[in-house]
Design a binder for this molecule. Structure first.
Ligand code: NAD
Ligand code: TDX
Length: 365
């Protein structure tokens, strides 16, 4: 049976992948998105003309708009991807992170709860609110510590992760206090097409081919657990259909890599598919720059619960999916042109202007 799903933040990187999968599965999807610098309708191109898809521009914190969407669309589920998502931006200023991730999520919960309480018993029982969170709420691991489980204590270190942790607690509180049927997912680092090029992988690909420096924070030895975005969205579908209310589900790629490894992998792919005319490797563009303040050393996720309880497995293997991702950015220059606008150039200047104080790879050697 087809479901009505309200997807907030559905014009961003992960949300748009989820929306495309759900429309392909013949569910009706209403995307509510504020279209911030990170949200682009072009991300939804594959389903823009589908009768299963509709779009409402706006803010999750706009109670009137959300109430209208709920009343008219009557969702069986809400999936909340809407967030400010970049750690480095949260270090420059946390204001938007508090406004959307904390206050916006709480307002969305409140509006949803008010509407949900008035539903018929059957619709009320069927309804689900899935909140998309992150592994960053658990803080940082040492090299040899066991991966995060759902029972790991929250210990956020960046303003971004503090705002996500806060939103998770509000979701939990709405389940405990009002019985709103909520679910939380905590996922590791996603990669794939349509990721805004402020994040490590698309930034490195696009800088490399523009002959710009590849800025590695600190030593480059920090570790992230990488998951292909489609695998993440498939896990979310299972959580939505079969997850236990009030629970959290960790989702990870079982693919721990240091940042330096990731950048070398990207350079190897580029060296093969678009070799530089002077015969040198793109890795010569690597520059070690000042570290991210409060930089978490390592994330790793234990996905046992989502695997055992819900039968999820990731379908993609890293080398192939990374290659596919790199090729996607090379092949989609119209997309990159659209998202790498004036705002993007301003961000690069704000974040990376300080290249002078950096050391190039050759200098380091
Ligand atoms: P993104 O920055 O690409 O997209 C965020 C989307 O939310 C954009 O379309 C933006 O316009 C929209 N948005 C922002 N503020 C809004 C508001 N107030 N009202 C309505 N829409 C708003 O982010 P992403 O990488 O796709 O991440 C999606 C979610 O997944 C976030 O909650 C993030 O914390 C979480 N997450 C991301 C990763 C990752 O690796 N990218 C990993 C784990 C969890
Ligand atoms: O220029 C860079 N140089 C660099 O060394 C950038 C942008 C990043 N890095 C490092 C910092 C991190 O250790 O690469 C790693 C990955 O950085 P990001 O792509 O910014 O991701 P991260 O900070 O790990 O957070 C991501 O995963 C968890 C998402 O942005 C979050 O939304 C998600 O919750």
């Amino acid at each position: 049976m087809s479901r009505n799903i309200l997807v907030t933040g559905g014009a961003g990187f992960i949300g748009s992948c989820f929306v495309v999968q759900q429309v392909e599965a013949r569910n009706n999807v209403l995307v509510l998105d504020k279209l911030t610098y990170a949200g682009h309708l072009v991300n939804l191109e594959p389903c823009l003309h589908s009768s299963k898809f509709s779009f409402a521009p706006g803010d999750i914190g706009d109670a009137e708009l959300v109430a209208r969407c709920l009343k008219e669309f009557r969702p069986d589920a809400i999936v909340n991807f809407a967030a400010e998502s970049h750690v480095d931006r949260s270090i420059h200023s946390a204001e938007d992170f508090v406004r959307t991730n904390v206050l916006g999520t709480e307002q969305l919960l409140r509006t949803t709860k008010d509407w949900w309480q008035g539903l018929e018993p059957e619709a009320k029982k069927k309804f689900r609110f899935l909140h998309i969170s992150t592994d960053e709420v658990y803080g940082s691991l040492d090299k040899n510590s066991a991966p995060f489980t759902e029972n790991s204590p929250y210990a956020p270190n960046s303003p971004y992760s503090a705002s996500k942790a806060s939103s998770d607690f509000f979701v939990r509180s709405y389940f405990k206090t009002y019985g709103l049927p909520t679910l939380i997912s905590n996922c590791s680092n996603n990669y794939g097409p349509r990721q805004y090029p402020e994040k490590l992988i698309p930034l490195m690909v696009l800088n490399a081919v523009s002959n710009k420096p590849l800025p590695i924070y600190g030593t480059g030895l920090n570790i992230r657990d990488w998951i292909y975005v489609e695998d993440h969205c498939e896990a979310l579908d299972l959580i939505l259909s079969k997850g236990r209310m009030g629970e959290s589900y960790n989702i990870g790629g079982e693919c721990e890599k240091s940042n330096l490894e990731i950048v070398y992998f990207i350079c190897e792919i580029l060296d093969e598919v678009i070799p530089k005319s002077d015969g040198t490797s793109y890795s010569r563009q690597i520059k070690f720059v000042a570290d991210r303040p409060g930089h978490d050393f390592r994330y790793a996720i234990d996905s046992t619960r989502v695997k055992k309880e819900l039968g999820w497995t990731s379908r993609h293997c890293f080398p192939e999916a990374l290659r596919k991702t790199v090729l996607w950015y090379l092949d989609n220059s119209e997309w990159t042109k659209q998202v790498m606008d004036e705002d993007y150039r301003k961000w690069l200047h704000q974040q990376y202007q300080d290249f002078d104080s950096s050391k190039s790879m050759e200098q380091k050697d």
